[in-house]
Design a protein around this ligand. Structure first.
Ligand code: ATP
Ligand code: MG
Length: 233
């Protein structure tokens, strides 16, 4: 459903991503692993638009996305949950969720009750203001809001960052359930191996703006040096 062909991304004169070829199939979970500064966020922003300047091909559901406004890409079924979460601090949890209606056609939007069923902790916080949530709670809210428009493909940028291990485990189960029930594909930028392994079945490793390895998790297990070289400190 998503295909990047020979993609390059630049900020000003700096070439950040080069020769990127990547695919996500319908309903599939794909991990994009790499250390700080490897280019994960830049790659996700190249898909949704509004970030770096991009050349090469970005195709989604058979359509070329290049030149399309970000809101149209969202309507086509893409959502990005950004690494800085972008929770509206002066709106309640419930209002933050309902804001997702602006990202899709009205009849596409999920009922908030569905989201509260997937993420029960949010139901208890529904009237809490965004600025009264912990970092982990904000992260769950950002993921939940990303699901509201029923994305065909959800892009998650390091959702486990700063989240306690117990919550990370819960988040993996909740995301998997929501995706299963909705049939959403996932492209997950991460450094957390446990979480990535639990949410995806295919891996791209990125380093200094280039894909240096791809394969399923059993392939990763056959090449432990890949993790040591490109992910471990
Ligand atoms: N707005 C920008 N302008 C110029 N350079 C940028 C910009 N954003 C990122 N970069 C550079 O692009 C490179 C890739 O950054 P990117 O944020 O994509 O990495 P990342 O893999 O997401 O890292 P992290 O794990 O720390 O979030 C880095 O060298 C970074 O300094
Ligand atoms: Mg990043």
């Amino acid at each position: 459903m998503l295909e990047l062909k020979n993609l390059q991304a630049r900020y000003g004169d700096s070439l950040i991503l080069d020769a990127i070829n990547l695919r996500v199939q319908s309903g599939q979970g794909v991990a994009l692993l790499g250390r700080n500064g490897a280019g994960k966020t830049t790659l996700l922003k190249s898909i949704v638009g509004g970030g770096p300047s991009v050349s090469g091909e970005v195709n989604f559901l058979g359509q070329a996305l290049k030149g399309q406004a970000t809101y149209l890409r969202a309507r086509a079924g893409l959502t990005l949950v950004p690494e800085d979460r972008r929770i509206f601090t002066h709106l309640t949890v419930n209002e933050n969720l309902l804001l997702a209606r602006h990202a899709c056609a009205k009849d596409q939007l999920l009922e908030v009750e569905q989201v509260y069923e997937w993420f029960p902790a949010l139901a208890e916080l529904k009237n809490r203001m965004g600025n009264q949530l912990s970092g982990g709670q904000q992260q769950i809210l950002a993921v939940a809001r990303g699901l509201m428009p029923r994305p065909k493909l959800m892009l998650l940028d390091e959702p486990t960052e700063g989240v306690a291990p117990l919550l990370v485990k819960q988040m993996a189960e909740q995301i998997n359930r929501a995706r299963r029930e909705q049939g959403s594909a996932l492209l997950l930028a991460e450094q957390n191996l446990w979480f990535s392994r639990n949410c995806t079945d295919y891996v791209y490793m990125i380093d200094t703006g280039r894909i240096v390895f791809e394969g399923d998790w059993s392939e990763v297990d056959r090449h432990p040096e890949v993790i040591n070289r490109y992910l471990a400190l």
